[in-house]
Design a protein around this ligand. Structure first.
Ligand code: INI
Length: 195
């Protein structure tokens, strides 16, 4: 038996994309600070002009999945970290935005085979969000830890071989998990067999 686990060392060859929703920027900028601090203290060069981390700014959480998925599809990154803040306040908008960003981030990971970290704080009030973004603890740090762990783990898992998710760009999560072939792009073997 073998145990596979992510590590938090030897990070110099890892590459990350950070996708950030500007909405509630007071909170989001603090999450980003915590995230960068964690990556830096684990040996990652966080300089935007360096080679290890790229930053993608989008208007709000609703736009995060689209960019996260495209970044993952580029295969430049070991993990994509999505940062945002959805605060309930008085608006039903919250439920739509929070639901879509959660589903979209999960789909981006399943469809690409690249870890996409759910770094979106969802709270009832701005006070609660700020508490999670530095007043008490800073969840940005935790999201970076998850990215380090998953990025290093996936390098090991990919080393096992098997089908690449690259071949399944339109597969649903259920298809990927069941191992069902993606008929839209699979080679047409039936016609060859019949010939
Ligand atoms: N975007 C957020 O990131 N957080 C929120 O709390 C939020 N609320 O509540 O409205 C929010 N809305 C904007 C949304 O993400 C899109 O940017 C916008 O609807 C344009 O598509």
């Amino acid at each position: 038996m073998t145990v596979f686990e992510g590590t938090f060392t030897h990070t110099e060859s890892l590459r990350f994309a950070i996708v950030i929703g500007r909405f509630n920027d007071l909170v989001v900028n603090k999450l980003l600070e915590g995230c960068q601090d964690c990556l830096k203290r684990h040996g990652v060069d966080i300089n935007p002009h360096g080679s290890q981390v790229d930053f993608f700014w989008v208007p709000g959480c609703f736009e995060i999945p689209l960019v996260a998925r495209q970044a993952a599809l580029s295969h430049r990154y070991d993990a994509v970290i999505c940062l945002g803040a959805v605060i309930r306040g008085q608006t039903p908008h919250f439920d739509f935005v929070a639901g879509e960003v959660a589903k979209g981030i999960a789909a981006a990971a399943f469809q690409t085979g690249v870890p996409v970290i759910f770094g979106v704080v969802t709270t009832d009030t701005m006070q609660q969000a700020l508490e999670r973004a530095g007043i008490k603890s800073n969840l940005g740090w935790n999201y970076a830890m998850s990215a380090l762990e998953m990025g290093t783990l996936m390098r090991q898992v990919k080393g096992l071989g098997g089908n690449s998710y690259d071949l399944l760009p339109t597969a649903s999560a259920a298809q990927v998990l069941s191992g069902e072939p993606n008929l839209a792009i699979a080679p047409d073997v039936s016609s060859q067999e019949m010939a």
